[in-house]
Design a protein around this ligand. Structure first.
Ligand code: C2E
Ligand code: MG
Ligand code: MG
Ligand code: MG
Length: 285
């Protein structure tokens, strides 16, 4: 089942779209020139550090402002981009744009840690670490300010092909995060060998927390396991005070979710940070 698109104004994935060949073809054609036409943008969603009580960094989430269909979320077009060989180009744009934004924030006196999402196709490119290194250098950004999120299933999918890239990223000082944890099937042994710093508990667990004692037990165990492996734990998709409280008691290190803030354009993030980062009222984009 597809995930709902992030922002309220994004076109979500609907089952009929997948079978709608004409819609797919139209999007595919439009996507080819989207970067050159300046239609892609990164939105940023804060991660809140539990101990500091404030934002410790942000996750960059890709948006496509389609001239006709409006804002389209990544769950709709990333898979399309992967299928039609466009993900390398798009992925490069994301990395460069994130670095450019970090440099821009630095000029404004803000040292912001940014996480980008990588697709499995990018991990298979043997020169990914070099290219990320050059992007950081070109914008004068420290490697330790960049985090790469890789979904658990991707990290485990093609271990031999990706290990080289992951080690390369770790070597240049870029941090790795295991995204959507709990949806894949990691072996403990591999998890132990991954050069990761962060583990993100998938939203599906967080949304069950308040109603399921089993889920609370699983989340508690995952937090302990992650800490034993030296990983910092982020809970994604935190939408309620109740979830927040349970996660805090379980020992989570960071929260991310609509309860705190939705993904937002860079300018709005600055205002949000300056306003003292109050939790947003529910349903307010
Ligand atoms: P993800 O990396 O797990 O990102 C979290 C998703 O959950 C985002 O959806 C975000 O908007 C949404 N979210 C955050 N907090 C909440 C919450 O409290 N409730 C709910 N219901 N949702 C929440 P988004 O932006 O639609 O992105 C979906 C997925 O697309 C991402 O999942 C990521 O896997 C992928 N993606 C996003 N940007 C990129 C990119 O630049 N490159 C690649 N390869 N994939 C990307
Ligand atoms: Mg992510
Ligand atoms: Mg995630
Ligand atoms: Mg997710």
């Amino acid at each position: 089942a597809a995930k709902r698109a992030g922002g309220a104004r994004c076109v979500g994935f609907e089952p009929h779209m997948e079978s709608d060949a004409a819609w797919q073809l139209e999007l595919q054609n439009d996507l080819r020139g989207a970067i050159e036409r300046g239609e892609l943008a990164l939105h940023y969603q804060p991660k809140i550090d539990v101990k500091l009580g404030r934002s410790s960094g942000v996750e960059a989430l890709l948006r496509w402002n389609h001239p006709v269909h409006g804002a389209i979320g990544p769950t709709v077009f990333i898979a399309l981009a992967e299928r039609f060989g466009l993900i390398g180009h798009i992925g490069n744009w994301v990395i460069n744009e994130a670095c450019r934004q970090m440099a821009d924030w630095a000029v404004q006196g803000l040292r912001m840690r940014v996480a980008v999402n990588l697709s499995v196709h990018q991990l298979r490119e043997s020169d990914l670490a070099e290219r990320i290194g050059s992007a950081l250098q070109a914008h004068g950004v420290e490697a330790a300010q960049l985090l790469c999120e890789i979904t658990e299933s991707v990290a485990m999918e093609d271990i031999r092909a990706t290990q080289h890239t992951l080690d390369g990223l770790a070597r240049i000082g870029v941090f790795l995060s295991i995204d959507d944890f709990g949806t894949g099937h990691s072996t403990l042994n591999y998890l132990r060998q991954l050069p990761a710093k962060q583990l993100k508990i998938d939203r599906s667990f967080v949304s069950d927390l308040e109603h399921s004692a089993e889920t609370r037990a699983v989340v508690g165990a995952v937090v302990n396991l992650a800490h034993a492996l030296g990983l910092c734990v982020v809970a994604e998709g935190v939408e309620t005070q109740g979830q927040r409280d349970i996660l805090q008691a379980a020992g989570c290190d960071e929260f991310q979710g609509f309860f705190f803030a939705r993904p937002m354009p860079a300018e709005r993030l600055l205002a949000w940070l300056q306003a003292g980062q109050p939790p947003e009222p529910r349903g307010n984009p």
